[in-house]
Design a protein around this ligand. Structure first.
Ligand SMILES: Nc1ncnc2c1ncn2[C@@H]1O[C@H](COP(=O)(O)OP(=O)(O)O)[C@@H](O)[C@H]1O
Length: 221
């Protein structure tokens, strides 16, 4: 479990967290977000629908298990898991204007499907609002929907966990879960394939970043 220490000061709380080696992952002042003092989850819960919050907890737990399995820092995996959908319930026009204000690049496809910006915008917001500083955690949040070339182990774990978490239910998910327990890179490729197949079958747009990721990992297979 992510250790987040909170100390009440007026209507704000000071949050800090360290990784397994004691390095600071983040510290920041947050407005008091709920009755569970000191719990980052409460901050996230207030931003999301009930269903989305349940998904976030499932991704956190799945990412923690994968991190243990693959020797990745569990605290970072839990932090990225809890925060990955921080911007997921913001309206499309808000995501676009937040991206524009922060100089986050976006394409014609992002303009058409602005929800695809919730990863990079979420990463920017958790840095600004929660003081999350760890670049690997921020990167994992930014890449969790579209993937990308040269992902870190942490980013791969969060990407895969988002697709195979306990709340997900679609044909083939159990095979992906089994694969994730055996070979993270193969699981990543199969999860990318699942997303691409999903979009193709519905004749949806496909973001080029996911195609870049697909080609990158297929070339390395
Ligand atoms: N690479 C992609 N290109 C285009 N659309 C995508 C891509 N990846 C995901 N999507 C679509 O974007 C929406 C949001 O994705 P995501 O947040 O991962 O889904 P979910 O709501 O299941 O958590 C979904 O409708 C999904 O199908």
């Amino acid at each position: 479990m992510l250790q987040v220490r909170g100390s009440k000061a007026g209507t704000e709380q000071e949050f800090t967290a360290n990784d397994d080696s004691g390095n600071k992952l983040f510290s920041g002042r947050l407005r008091e977000a709920g009755r569970e003092k000191g719990r980052l989850e409460a901050v996230v819960r207030d931003r999301l629908t009930e269903e989305r919050y349940a998904h976030v907890l499932a991704v956190r737990d799945c990412a923690a298990k994968l991190a243990e399995l693959y020797g990745v820092d569990r605290e970072k995996a839990e932090l990225a898991g809890v925060l990955h959908d921080y911007a997921r319930d913001l309206p499309g026009e808000v995501l676009l204007s937040l991206a524009e204000e922060r100089g986050i690049p976006f394409s014609e496809i992002d303009r058409k499907v602005p929800i695809l910006l919730h990863g990079p915008v979420g990463a920017a917001l958790v840095r600004e609002e929660l003081g999350v500083e760890n670049p690997e955690v921020l990167d994992a949040i930014a890449l969790h929907t579209l993937g990308g070339a040269g992902m870190s182990m942490l980013a791969k774990i969060v990407y895969v966990a988002d697709i195979i978490a306990a709340d997900r239910d679609f044909p083939g998910v159990n095979r992906l879960r089994q694969l994730a327990g055996e070979d993270l890179d193969r699981a990543l490729v199969e999860c990318l394939a699942t997303t691409l197949r999903y979009c193709l079958e519905r004749r949806r747009l496909i973001h080029p970043q996911t195609i870049t990721a697909w080609n990158y990992y297929c070339l390395r297979d």
